[in-house]
Write a protein that binds this ligand. Sequence first.
Ligand code: NCD
Length: 342
Amino acid sequence: MRASVVDALLSTAKPWRAKFDVGKPLPFLSKHVISAEQFDRDSIQYVMRYADLIDGGLKLSHGHSLLSGKVQANVFLEPSTRTATSFAVSMMRSGGSVFHISAETSSVQKGETLEDTIRTLESYADVIVLRHPTLGAADVAASVATGNVPIINAGDGGGEHPTQALLDLYSIHSRFGGLESKRLHMTLLGDLKYGRTVHSLAQMLSHFPNIELSLVSPPNLGMPKEYLQILQNRNVKFSVQTNLEGVLSDTDILYQTRVQKERFTDANEYAQSKGKFVVTPSTMAMMKKESILMHPFPRVDEILESVDSDARAWYFKQPAMGIRARMALLGLVLGKEPPKRL
Ligand code: NCD
């Protein structure tokens, strides 16, 4: 994959980013999941309801067999602990199997292009989960896919991470009794420029008028204009800040993020940007009793370990929500709706 290929693709229409129309039967079947842009309120709620069933009426928390015989390619060309294993476990708990490809041990080492890798894996797998260091890589992969093997973007450089956003929403849904049950003030904190999780999350949150956003970051790591534009177009109530204290006492959900060291081209800029917002017990003391603190992880130093014992620390609960959300999504793209109307 060449940089020019990515640039050309990003500036043109992207038919592989189909919307999920839940008014139609099997709305996710064989569709790629590349961007949060593909989701609206109804399709997000559809995933939430499916995820609820996994732990609810269907008693599927110890696994089910809806995806028996299905094979998943986990193509992780950039480091991952949670996302790679979460996708693998989600497929295994759904009755399917998984094989793994890494940059270090695959033909990527010999110079093979992403396009050739994808065209090959289409013959082996029923679904391809891709993580790649380059923004736009998931679009490149989806644009060359020829069959009906869905490609799921598990993070493309500083671009997007739509399934992390789904699991974050599912965590909120579980904690607050639904996404629309009450007014919620969510504060996205840290590296909003390079953080792909917040790029996808902000877009998905924009479909819920009861959710107000505060975007807090160092001035050089603000949310990119294109995402602010989406919030504006959808009349989201949001503010852009460089100071956390002012919004803390009204915040229901504080979403902390890591400063994305690997995306900086200037090591000095990284050194100056990190450590600006560290969540400590005193930060927690300023937050509401019923609020929660989320983080997609990994954390480096932006939440002190002394915060972990606070009942509002939600980051070790998010991974379990990820299994439910991803089991739901895999079931949907592979056309296995649960035996109950959603
Ligand atoms: C994030 C990622 O890879 O974008 N982690 C994750 O998938 N849970 C966040 C990060 O790396 O900071």
